[in-house]
Ligand binder design. Structure first.
Ligand code: R5P
Length: 292
């Protein structure tokens, strides 16, 4: 038996299998039964290594269900393995990393306690919303980025005088890294979100850069698609050519894909941290490098 086992959460089975092949680990599959009241029953099949287990489980919607399943897998792994690493490709709750309004609970603090309590000694995430989230964890943590993998995909498309665009200032560094790898220019729009209503407004300062160019909107995640839609509408007004979207985590809630396409986006490209139609970029090699 291999000295390492990869335990796959149901929501991340394909990525976990690819990872297990890359690191030559023993693959442990999980079957889930969700009862009518919402409780999950998990059954594992395969041998868990005594030395090291890697639990792979993204925490995407239903977020709380997937969180409890991830904690259960970690806890079960720890019964046999002396070391358990939790690979959480999409770290749900990462946007709740600080108290934006008085009285708000910083849920990332709670997650830090839960992962440690369940038995994980290290967490690996892919493009966590902000590294601030990990500051609340007392166990080791590592963030890896899908940007080089996304860039590889975009290099195969023939784009016309491409420009990388971040929909907000918070994503400026991400766009800068993407643009450097892609060997292009980048700009960052200015987005304001009303903390109470969630409504967003987007403005552009470098409008002169956009006309007649193919654009790649780069973001860490798409949830409702609101940010991408507003950005696309604004960029289209500046007479750009095609708009592509490159993001790590495509949650695409409430028909977001349809709405984004309707706003004029040619193609959405995302990583396989969340399975789905747009998730064509595999990040298993990137995760493997962080483990070995
Ligand atoms: C926000 O700062 C994030 O980087 C994303 O831009 C945002 O969470 C996407 O959410 P939505 O798709 O709902 O606009």
């Amino acid at each position: 038996m291999s000295e390492i086992s990869v335990i796959a959460g149901k929501s991340s089975e394909d990525l976990a299998r690819k990872l297990s092949r890359k690191i030559k680990a023993n693959f442990v599959k999980s079957e889930i039964r969700v009862f009518p009241d919402g409780e999950s029953k998990i059954t594992l099949s395969g041998n868990i290594s005594k030395r090291k287990s890697i639990v792979v489980k993204s925490i995407y919607p239903p977020v709380d269900t997937n969180l409890v399943q991830a904690l259960s897998l970690i806890s079960k792994a720890k019964e046999t393995s002396s070391e358990v690493i939790a690979v959480i490709p999409y770290m749900g709750y990462a946007r709740q990393d600080r108290e934006f309004l008085p009285g708000e609970i910083v849920t990332m603090k709670v997650l830090g306690k839960l992962f440690k309590g369940a038995g994980a000694s290290k967490i690996i995430a892919v493009d966590i919303h902000s590294i601030i989230g990990f500051k609340h964890f007392t166990i080791k943590s590592k963030n890896v980025t899908a940007i080089p993998d996304l860039v590889k995909y975009f290099k195969k498309l023939s784009l016309k005088n491409p420009l990388v665009v971040s929909p907000d200032q918070g994503g400026k560094d991400r766009a800068k890294v993407f643009a450097k790898e892609f060997e292009s220019e980048y700009i960052a729009l200015e987005k304001k979100r009303d903390r109470k209503t969630g409504k967003i407004q987007i403005k552009i300062k470098n409008a002169d850069k956009v006309a007649n160019r193919d654009l790649i909107l780069v973001d860490d995640m798409i949830s409702t698609g609101g940010s991408i839609i507003k950005a696309t509408q604004l960029l289209k007004k500046q007479k750009c050519k095609r708009v592509y979207v490159a993001c790590t985590h495509a949650l695409l809630m409430n028909d977001a894909e349809k709405k984004i396409k309707k706003a004029g986006v040619t193609k959405i490209v995302s990583a396989n941290t969340i399975p789905g139609k747009t998730s064509v970029v595999d990040v298993s090699s990137t995760i493997a490098k962080a483990i070995i």
